[in-house]
Write a protein that binds this ligand. Structure first.
Ligand code: SF4
Length: 354
């Protein structure tokens, strides 16, 4: 049984205390979490020492030290592939990480042309995980293929997500993603793959990604409000929304209905009604709007600004309305086949029916 939507929204914002062994500190985009199974579903929750929630010693979820009846929560165990290294001595864990219980994820290029503080997305910490030595700068296609094969064989991984920092080329990094897809598809032919990139300058690159073996694609805008985009993502906001719409339409034509997704962040100051109306437009176009709370990550500009996560009530209400629109349209995250929406761990959408 899915966890109650209001509780899921509160957990997404307040997080849990503790140090799960599978976690992601910093990196590209807006998530940074501990990985758990909540009512058996893969879930990522912020790790927050001031949260009222904690994992009980015998499993289960505690609030202010008291068990919450009927809620099962387990930590995801350390995967076996983390103990391996490549022939060159690079730990597999620095090439790709386990997300949730069964998703392998990697940032194929860990730098971003937009990382100058005047251009950077204020929620992002892509280069911080590189500086801390958690990862390597460029993952080569054969390295990702090697890790993917081991993660499937040893840990039952069921899908791969590959994202990238934005490159200083017209393709914005998509062609390296296509080479990585081709290598993984050869090594592990049945592993569904989602790729994530900005709208590539040449829309034909979207077909290259599909032809190379990608199952689904995320083209993440984070907000459909230009004023919010300029304030939070000055570099990315130079790519006009029309370019996103062209890329989404092309991606739906190539990958199919509900094989394309985008992130929409709640808590950047966008009008909630406009956010939900934008999500409906995306749904009408066959694009899955993955609604996720903004959370200030350590090392991000947003953290330095003192920005706060949204109120759980706001997140809960937006999530419920977007989930209703998804249900009306007959779209579910699982049908994406691979990627953030298929996993669902970072959003409360799947707990609310989407
Ligand atoms: S475009 Fe923004 S979110 Fe993406 S890697 Fe660059 S700074 Fe991070």
């Amino acid at each position: 049984m899915a966890v109650d939507g209001a509780l899921r929204a509160e957990l997404a914002v307040r997080g849990v205390r503790g140090r799960p062994s599978v976690r992601r500190r910093g990196g590209a985009g807006p998530s940074d979490d501990g990985h758990v199974l909540l009512q058996g579903s893969q879930t990522t929750l912020p790790l927050a020492d001031d949260s009222p929630f904690a994992v009980g010693e015998a499993g289960g979820l505690l609030r202010d030290g008291e068990p919450i009846g009927g809620v099962e929560l387990e930590l995801v165990g350390r995967p076996r592939f983390y103990d391996l290294t490549t022939a060159q001595g690079i730990p597999y864990e620095q090439i790709a990480k386990l997300h949730g219980a069964e998703v392998l994820a990697t940032t194929v290029v860990q730098t971003c042309v937009r990382y100058d503080p005047s251009q950077r997305c204020r929620f992002c910490t892509i280069e911080e995980s590189l500086r801390s030595g958690d990862t390597i700068q460029v993952k080569r296609p054969e390295q990702i293929a090697e890790v993917a094969e081991a993660a499937v064989r040893l840990d039952g991984v069921r899908q791969l997500v590959m994202t990238t920092g934005t490159a200083n080329h017209a393709d914005r990094g998509a062609r390296h993603l296509a080479r990585c897809c081709a290598a993984v598809a050869q090594a592990v032919p049945d592993l569904p793959i989602q790729v994530q990139c900005e709208p590539p300058g040449d829309l034909a690159t979207i077909a290259e990604l599909h032809g190379a073996g990608a199952t689904a694609i995320g083209i993440h805008v984070e907000s459909l409000d230009d004023e919010v985009r300029r304030r939070w993502m000055p570099g990315k906001a130079t790519v006009p929304l029309q370019a996103y719409w062209r890329a989404w339409h092309e991606a739906v034509a190539v990958f199919g209905h509900n094989r394309v997704s985008t992130y929409l962040l709640v808590g950047l100051g966008e009008d909630p009604d406009e956010l939900v109306a934008g999500a409906r437009e995306l749904i009408d176009a066959g694009v899955y709007p993955f609604v996720v709370p903004f959370r200030p990550l350590a090392g991000s500009l947003a953290m330095a600004d003192g920005a706060r996560a949204p109120a759980p009530e706001l997140l809960g209400s937006v999530t419920r309305r977007v989930a209703d629109a998804l249900v009306e349209a007959g779209m579910s995250g699982v049908e994406q086949g691979a990627g953030c929406a298929a996993c669902g761990a970072c959003s409360a959408l799947s707990a609310t029916g989407g």
